[in-house]
Write a protein that binds this ligand. Structure first.
Ligand SMILES: [Zn+2]
Length: 314
């Protein structure tokens, strides 16, 4: 456990995913205990994972806050809640998305979605196998004690909703410090993808979220992965430029023939990606294609995409 700021402690767990680690944070509360922000993946042996961590705290865990419903953030929420008896707080929108993804779980919907966007059958089967494995590590909480919305407060931390990486992603902000989840990252850019059941323009949402960082210009953002972001406004501006370039490349990849999002993803990303990364790449291509459609730079033909103007008069 590392004290990254006075009263803010970071714990890092290894991950067997595309990224090899995730950070969780213990924040000293006004009552002398701790608020845990994010929980890593669910564990088969929660006692073994969490007891050494909890034993190092000189006060109780008073609340558990989940920033977003991805497995590496919400996955351990049920485990720690059970071990500590602490209430769980989650964003209202995020919890609804979490219930759809991990409660109702509809692999068929996803299989049809990927197929409609041109993904080959072997890749779709690989994704289904992986997500079936992942669901066992998502110990989400069906009835959180509090559903948070923008403007709420948790022990002096202001809640905001910054969609893009996840529809209902929340952050906590206090005195220039942001507990940011995956809304902004150092060295890598948060994955922005379009999935079934999600808001229609995640990239547009995300560009707004980046503007939040540029306007607020917090001193530092503590993130779910990698090093903290030391100048979040500058990093947000960099990430916005990255997406502007990717939008240009996505537009350039389109030609007179309608292309599926999968085909476009082959142009944008390496073609030897793992199944998981190909899923991200296709969802990311979709987010950029839909943004281009909204900007009048691309057009939809069925579930495929073409240059804007190519369909005029057709
Ligand atoms: Zn993450």
């Amino acid at each position: 456990m590392v004290e990254v700021e006075k009263g803010l402690y970071r714990v890092t767990f290894s991950l067997p995913l595309g990224i090899d680690h995730v950070h969780c944070y213990f924040v000293r509360s006004s009552k002398g205990g701790f608020i845990l922000v994010d929980t890593g993946l669910g564990s088969r042996d929660p006692e073994k994972r969490w007891r050494p961590v909890l034993d190092r705290l000189d006060g109780p865990v008073e609340a558990i806050v989940v920033t977003h419903m991805h497995p590496d953030h919400v996955g351990g929420a049920g485990d720690v809640a059970e071990l500590t008896g602490a209430p769980v707080f989650q964003g209202r929108i995020d919890h609804a998305q979490c219930a759809l993804a991990w409660g109702e779980r509809n692999p068929q919907l996803f299989a049809e979605y990927w197929a409609s966007h041109g993904m080959p059958r072997e890749t779709i089967e690989g994704i289904a196998t992986e997500s079936g494995r992942l669901v066992d590590a998502v110990h989400w909480v069906e009835h959180p004690d509090r559903l948070l919305e923008a403007g709420d407060e948790v022990d002096g931390w202001r809640v905001d909703v910054l969609p893009g990486h996840a529809d209902g992603h929340i952050v906590l902000e206090r005195e220039g410090v942001v507990l940011a989840g995956d809304t902004i990252l150092t060295g890598i850019t948060p994955a922005i993808g379009l999935y079934p059941n999600s808001r229609p323009d995640p990239l547009g949402d995300y560009l707004e979220s980046l503007r939040w960082y540029e306007e607020r210009a917090p001193r530092v953002a503590y993130t779910g992965h990698r090093d903290p972001v030391a100048d979040p406004a500058a990093r947000a501006a960099e990430i916005a430029v990255h997406h502007a370039h990717r939008l240009d490349r996505t537009e350039a990849a389109l030609d007179g023939t309608p292309l599926s999002a999968y085909e476009v993803s082959l142009e944008l990303f390496d073609d030897d990606l793992s199944t998981t990364l190909r899923r991200f790449a296709t969802a990311e291509a979709l987010a950029h294609l839909e943004r281009l459609v909204l900007e009048g730079r691309a057009a939809r033909v069925g579930t495929s995409y073409t240059r804007a103007g190519d369909t005029i008069g057709a």
